[in-house]
Design a protein around this ligand. Structure first.
Ligand SMILES: [Zn+2]
Length: 472
């Protein structure tokens, strides 16, 4: 097409061609543009094609209220919940309305995982390091579908090359959850995001990027100026928030868990870049010192924080900082770690989890739920089971609220660049229709979310039904 254009517009400058290419690259495919419509191939599911769905006789867990509603009917039109009413809802017989008989079952918001790695969750670390990136993306696409089928209709991705994956899901090319991408996580040299091979260090200033940087997993930056550049690169690619490594981590080989990473001016540089784009920075940090430095630099969310102390938990509450917590424990869901140093670090973190949830509750910190599953397909199948574990420290309703309404609020923190404007994580009129029809009452027995194959009879995202195993 370009050559044709070039022929018919004489004198077209190189600059114009470049601008045209940039324009073409940024253009999203409108439905119907895709040349994929072949005989036997199902057309792409989109909200506009979804028509309307009427859930009849359901009891709602709305994401906030700790009890179920009485029996109601819920009308979904396009991608939103249009009406909720205990009286019968009349629908225009000329429209294409699909009726679903709930028979008193529970309708709840789709689950949200606030700490996910769509590119890395299910694939072993060694495979990630040595395989063809295109192959790895296909594995990630497969896992994205599995994620949605576990009832997770939204994930906040905290590191990895997922912009293409997100676009393909949004366009209906493949099936998966909504993704709030961070792009590459930003790390200092020797920080939690420094997974470089020994031969890639020392870095020559201005020299070639390391393997994990080329892949878009990590961005190594030292100094406020470098952090600013790398943060802006992620925003340019479509990041909805910026993820920074602010302290020691478990799986990374070159930093003690006690280490504080970056300096306040370096973190602040990322905060400025993010805030100018209407969004925020979230920081990986376990210790009080790392958390306090990040808060002083202006971040809006802390990831993990298992080694927190009481005054720092109170600080998070006082400043309204989000705490994205994971129920890391020394149990069957512990990550596979070959390195004994990492194993020891993991035990330190596990020992702090109980205290962290206790303090989050005591000081009423805004708490998000996430799993942070890495490198293990078996563990990804435990995503719902990991959520169910949170009920050790609170009621099932409180745990489910974290993974729905509360996480939905955290997603909205991405401001005017929010890729999915609209209410997420709640069942209410006007909210986005991400819904689960559940067999069993999760407020009484939260374990139902651990068995999505059986428990989630209908899975809807944006008004589109991706699963329906209700007996017909
Ligand atoms: Zn993570």
């Amino acid at each position: 097409m370009l050559t044709r254009l070039l022929k018919c517009v004489p004198g077209m400058t190189l600059m114009f061609v470049a601008a045209l290419i940039v324009g073409l690259c940024q253009k999203s495919l409108a439905q119907g543009d895709l040349d994929l419509e072949a005989p036997g191939l199902e057309s792409l599911p989109t909200p506009s094609k979804a028509g309307a769905t009427l859930f009849q006789n359901v009891r709602i867990f709305d994401g906030k209220t700790p009890t179920l509603s009485k029996s109601v009917n819920v009308l979904v039109t396009g991608e939103t919940i249009e009406r909720i009413s205990s009286a019968p809802i009349a629908v225009d017989p000329s429209t294409n309305v699909r009726a679903i008989a709930g028979n008193g079952r529970v309708l709840m918001p789709g689950l949200i995982d606030a700490h996910w790695h769509a590119f890395m969750a299910a694939t072993p670390q060694m495979t990630l390091m040595i395989s063809d990136p295109n192959y790895l993306q296909l594995l990630a696409a497969r896992q994205a579908q599995a994620t949605l089928m576990r009832g997770f209709t939204t994930v906040r991705d905290l590191g990895g090359p997922v912009f293409g994956l997100k676009r393909a899901i949004d366009e209906g090319v493949i099936v998966g959850p909504r993704i709030y991408p961070s792009g590459a996580f930003i790390s200092q040299t020797s920080g939690h995001g420094d997974f470089r091979f020994p031969f890639e260090v020392p870095r020559q200033l201005g020299g070639p990027l390391s393997h994990s940087e080329i892949e878009g997993i990590a961005a190594i930056a030292d100094s406020p100026d470098e952090v600013r550049v790398r943060a802006r690169e992620q925003l340019r690619a479509g990041a909805s928030q910026i993820k920074l490594m602010g302290g020691g981590g478990v799986a990374s080989p070159y930093n003690p868990i006690e280490s504080t990473q970056y300096t306040e001016p370096e973190i602040h540089a990322a905060v400025e870049a993010a805030e100018n784009w209407g969004t925020y920075v979230t920081v990986h940090a376990y210790t009080p010192r790392a958390i306090r430095q990040a808060v002083a630099a202006g971040v809006k969310c802390i990831e993990h924080g298992q080694l927190i102390d009481e005054p720092t938990a109170k600080l998070l509450a006082d400043k309204g900082i989000w705490w994205s917590l994971q129920p890391f424990l020394d149990d069957q869901d512990a990550p596979p770690l070959a390195n004994p140093v990492s194993q020891k670090k993991a035990m330190t973190v596990f020992a702090g989890t109980d205290n962290a949830y206790r303090l989050a509750k005591k000081y009423k910190v805004k708490t998000a739920f996430g799993t942070d599953i890495l490198f293990d397909a078996r563990l990804t199948n435990r995503q719902g089971a990991i959520l169910a574990k949170v009920a050790r420290w609170c009621s099932p309703a409180e745990a489910l609220k974290m993974a729905t309404a509360d996480n939905g609020q955290l997603m909205a923190l991405s401001g005017f660049i929010n890729p999915y404007p609209g209410k997420l994580g709640v069942v209410e009129e006007g909210a986005l229709a991400d819904l689960l029809l559940v067999d069993g009452n999760p407020l009484e027995r939260i374990d139902v979310v651990a068995d999505p194959d059986k428990s989630f009879l209908v899975i809807m995202k944006g008004g589109v039904i991706y699963k329906d195993i209700l007996p017909k």
